[in-house]
Design a protein around this ligand. Structure first.
Ligand code: AMP
Ligand code: ZN
Length: 471
């Protein structure tokens, strides 16, 4: 049973989704005004690992990652670069998706954009005004924090304490310094949308409330983000959503620790950052993922070049084993020795580690124990049978590959996934060959097309028919 720490209850809880096997997972995505840094990448990668583990456990995950494509920072950049705000957003959204792909982060089910959800955002603001939880002052609409009695329940902050030392935007128009903007009146020449309160654009917090509700419903399973978003962003999302929908917003809140540089949070504003693409120019995605997996997702990581280099080196143990497996499997000459190897015990330990509040560092330790044990068998016996190699390869694909994303077996190599599966494909190839000989091209074609639907691509060569499996 998976247990996970819930920021809201401040406890490790059993994970029980609202309507299993479905899981709704929302993560606050980027504001697209620049390339994202390796600190942001930590949050995105850890969310990806959680999603992958849920899928490994058989859940059907709807993974929603929003894109804030209108914001003060985007407008500022558009003025600096003398191109439109929408062009800035387009350029960096493209770069964002490219970088996610290079970091081996599985694509989200949806990437909702704020500018494409104006109606949903406006509707929610209207409901908040109607329920007197929001007020309009000369075209700026604010959320009235005093309308929500549980304000502070996520961060544990008490409103009077926040007011005392607050780092909240002070604006004369606000009734209370903690109130925050739902709709911002636009200045001359700024991008704007029409509303009942005049032309303007939405505040950041309301975007996430409206988009998560639209794509995951009024109450959903998991909301994730970096620690810095607990307050005020997520606190404000709860206040908006729970008042407008009159329902619990989210069941489990997951927050990721910071990636630091010299004990200081890596951030754009401090200038102490490396972009993910710069890091990817020197190190593999797998090494980056391994480094992050070796720490607990809630704790900090102090980022250094040396750590990444060590991670790249550590990865060699895994890639060497992969190459040994591939080489043994490509020989096509099965050995005879069936070693005594308890693969299930490794898989059990791998599961237990991740079930324990996503303890990826323990899961990584299990993988490296596994590698050590397999290497011992390989050096002990010269002639291990093919089944052994197939099983250890399948294990690595399922765990280190599909869940942690720290090893990659090429599509061509996945051929020997399972003996039975391969035998069945072989049988279909034979039947197709026979059909072709008998000039039954319709049947031959049907077999090819059907296999293709299942992800098996046949390749006719002069020596016969070969095949590839799509991952
Ligand atoms: P931002 O574009 O600043 O809103 O950040 C996008 C995501 O990255 C958010 O979930 C942040 O919490 C997260 N994030 C920002 N800086 C860091 C950092 N140094 N370490 C880990 N996560 C971060
Ligand atoms: Zn958000």
């Amino acid at each position: 049973m998976l247990k996970i720490y819930n920021t809201l209850s401040r406890k490790v809880e059993e994970f029980a989704p609202i309507s299993p096997p479905n899981v709704g997972l929302y993560i606050c995505g980027p504001t697209v005004y620049d390339y994202f840094h390796i600190g942001n990448a930590r949050t995105f990668i850890m969310a990806d690992m959680i999603r992958r583990y849920l899928e490994y456990k058989g859940f059907k995950v709807k993974f929603v990652m929003n894109i804030t494509d209108i914001d003060d920072k985007i407008i500022k950049k558009s003025v600096e670069e003398k191109i439109s705000a929408s062009e800035i957003a387009r350029k960096y959204t493209e770069a964002f998706l490219e970088d996610l792909n290079r970091l081996k982060i599985k694509p989200a089910t949806v990437y909702p954009k704020a500018t494409e959800h104006m109606d949903d955002i406006l509707k929610m603001i209207e409901i908040l005004i109607d329920s007197t939880a929001a007020y309009n002052v000369n075209g700026n609409v604010f959320y009235d924090v005093s309308a929500f009695k549980s304000y502070g329940k996520l961060s544990g902050k008490k409103t009077d304490e926040i007011e005392a030392g607050a780092r909240v935007e002070v604006m004369e128009e606000k009734k209370n310094p903690l109130d925050f903007a739902l709709w911002k009146k636009s200045k001359e020449g700024e991008p704007s949308w029409k509303s009942k309160w005049g032309n303007g654009r939405p505040g950041w917090h309301i975007e996430c409330s409206a988009m998560s509700c639209k794509h995951l419903g009024e109450t959903f399973d998991i909301h994730a983000g970096g620690n810095d978003l607990i307050f005020p962003h997520h606190e404000n999302e709860i206040a908006q959503s729970e008042v407008s929908n009159q329902k619990t917003f989210v069941k489990y809140w997951i927050h990721f620790g910071f990636l630091n540089i010299n004990k200081e949070k890596m951030s754009k504003s401090l200038g102490n950052f490396f972009t993910a693409r710069d890091v990817l120019a020197k190190y593999s995605a797998e090494a980056i993922r391994l480094l992050f997996a070796q720490a607990h997702y809630r704790g900090p990581i102090d980022f250094t070049d040396e750590l990444l280099a060590a991670s790249e080196k550590g990865l060699e143990k895994l890639t060497n084993l992969r190459d040994a497996i591939e080489s043994a499997l490509s020989k096509n000459k099965p050995g005879e020795v069936d070693p005594d190897f308890n693969l299930q015990s490794f898989e059990k330990r791998f599961n237990e580690a991740l079930d324990d509040d996503i303890n990826t560092s323990q899961a990584v330790a299990v993988i490296f124990d596994f590698v050590k044990e397999v290497n011992r068998k390989i050096s002990e016996f010269e002639n291990l049978n093919i089944d052994f190699y197939i099983k250890i390869k399948e294990f690595l694909i399922r765990t280190a590959g599909n869940v942690l994303g720290i090893i990659n077996f090429d599509a061509e190599d996945v051929k020997s996934d399972s003996l039975l599966e391969n035998n069945l494909i072989g049988l279909l190839i034979e039947i197709r060959q026979k059909a072709k000989k008998e000039k039954n091209f319709q049947l031959a074609d049907e077999i090819r097309k059907k296999l293709e639907e299942y992800g098996v691509i046949l390749k006719d060569t002069k020596d016969g028919t070969d095949y590839l499996k799509r991952n």
